[in-house]
Design a protein around this ligand. Structure first.
Ligand code: PHE
Length: 438
């Protein structure tokens, strides 16, 4: 019989890959930019309606094919162009990792700055200036980005990749602990009322078609849907692992972390006079302002930025791993060559996106890449995966994967219909309206 512990360990690695900059950095920045509470409600609706069936679907594809995204399509439908959707998934992972590495570098830099007490005595205006000056500099952010990417690649080629699970095991409870402490601090801030109202009180007049599209992209991004990363994880899952429980565990934890970060960031932003829509620096500026102002702030700050870095690292590893697995399997390159090639190309592109926040500002590349990958490519691939599971994959395969201990899962047909009709229609219409009106 399978012990509870195995299930816990299997989905723990997944939680580590899912929780990252998407929850801690991008979520509050998107909520702030897209009007607050209304965005939150639309986001949660997408997580439930699209996230649950699609995550289950990716696990089913992975576990039944014992393969990564490209291999899964090739295995079930050989000789058809479906595997190209897998190729798009791998391309998207690489493009996402290019700017992910840049922000991962910011987390390292802020870990360094907070541990050297560089924020001491600065107000939120000055902290915002430090952040903006840093990300727009031509050298400094690239140095930290390269360092971040090197660490990611080193983990992949060294033998310590397996130990990352241990790091995740320590990291997750610590992250929860620090989030709880920060929530308690946030709850006693003078502007808690306005901050919470912004985050929780929906004002639907503030949300646009672009905002709805952004909420869908953020849901996919945060849950790691639409790149095949979950298919790869599915292929490692044991045959007796309950897919529904793992899905609900990952989605529940991921959404809870994002929500709690919002509970912290918005009261802090309102208290320290930081504009919620101020952009990608929101979490960095808001939290360093808080750490400067509270007793024990130094220790909390160092811990927070260290955990931010580790959460980014565990996720970057899963992104690079899926690119590397594809290169080794499909292009027959050795593992080290694959890691090196992928890392160098992705880092170069990342450095260019970093420059687009400074000297190459006119190109807007950072924001364009973020938009195209998260708000356009992820939904397109998610829709293809959904159609594949709904129309191409035999219901029998789905039934086999969803059954537990020989007991049939009663709702497989509903799941198939969700993937056949509900998901493609929602994704298609949100994407189309977003693209037309944007
Ligand atoms: N879910 C990750 C995060 O929240 C990002 C990610 C997306 C990771 C897709 C892997 C695949 O940071």
């Amino acid at each position: 019989m399978k012990g509870k512990k195995d299930v816990y360990t299997a989905s723990l690695g997944l939680v580590g890959a899912a929780i990252g900059l998407g929850n801690l950095w991008r979520f509050p920045y998107m909520v702030g930019k897209n009007g607050g509470g209304a965005f939150l409600i639309v986001y949660i609706s997408f997580v439930v309606l699209l996230g649950v069936p699609l995550m289950l679907g990716e696990f089913i594809l992975g576990r039944s094919s014992h393969n990564s995204i490209v291999g899964a399509f090739k295995r079930f439908t050989p000789g058809t162009p479906w595997y190209l959707a897998g190729g798009l998934g791998i391309l998207t992972s690489s493009l996402i990792l290019s700017f992910y590495g840049v922000v991962g570098g910011w987390s390292l830099k802020f870990f360094y700055l907070s541990s050297t007490n560089a924020f001491l005595g600065k107000n939120s205006q000055e902290l915002g200036d430090i952040f903006n000056k840093f990300i727009s500099s031509p050298v400094d952010p690239i140095f930290w980005q390269v360092l971040f990417m090197l660490i990611t690649a080193l983990v992949l080629i060294s033998k310590i990749e397996g130990s990352m699970e241990k790091i995740t095991k320590i990291m997750m409870p610590m992250l929860f602990l620090i989030i709880m402490v920060l929530c308690m601090k946030a709850l006693v801030l003078p502007e808690i009322g306005n901050g919470m109202a912004f985050f929780l009180k929906p004002d639907f007049s503030k949300i646009t078609a672009g905002g709805i599209q952004a909420a869908m992209g953020q849901a996919f991004f945060s849950l790691s849907i639409g790149m095949g990363v979950l298919i790869t994880y599915g292929s490692f899952m044991k045959s007796d692992e309950n897919l529904l429980i793992s899905t609900l565990h990952v989605i529940g934890t991921d959404t809870l972390v994002a929500f709690l970060i919002g509970v912290i960031v918005f009261p802090v932003a309102f208290t320290y006079g930081i504009e919620p829509g101020s952009g990608p620096g929101l979490v960095f500026t808001a939290l360093s302002s808080l750490f400067n102002d509270i007793p024990g702030g130094y220790g909390l700050g160092v811990m927070f930025f260290l955990l931010l870095f580790l959460a980014a690292l565990t996720t970057a590893i899963s992104l690079l791993e899926s690119v590397v697995t594809c290169l080794t399997n499909q292009c027959k390159l050795s593992r080290n060559t694959s890691v090196f090639t992928a890392m160098v190309l992705i880092t170069i592109l990342g450095a260019v996106t970093s420059l687009s926040l400074g000297i190459w500002r006119d190109t807007n590349l950072f924001y364009i890449l973020d938009y195209v990958t998260v708000d356009v490519f992820l939904p397109i691939i998610a829709m293809l995966i959904s159609l594949y599971l709904g129309y191409v994959l035999e219901l029998k395969v789905m039934e086999e994967e969803m059954a537990n201990d020989g007991v049939k899962f009663k709702y497989t047909k509903i799941l198939q219909n969700m993937l056949k009709f509900v998901c493609p229609v929602i994704i298609g219409s949100v994407l189309l309206i977003g693209l037309i009106l944007n």
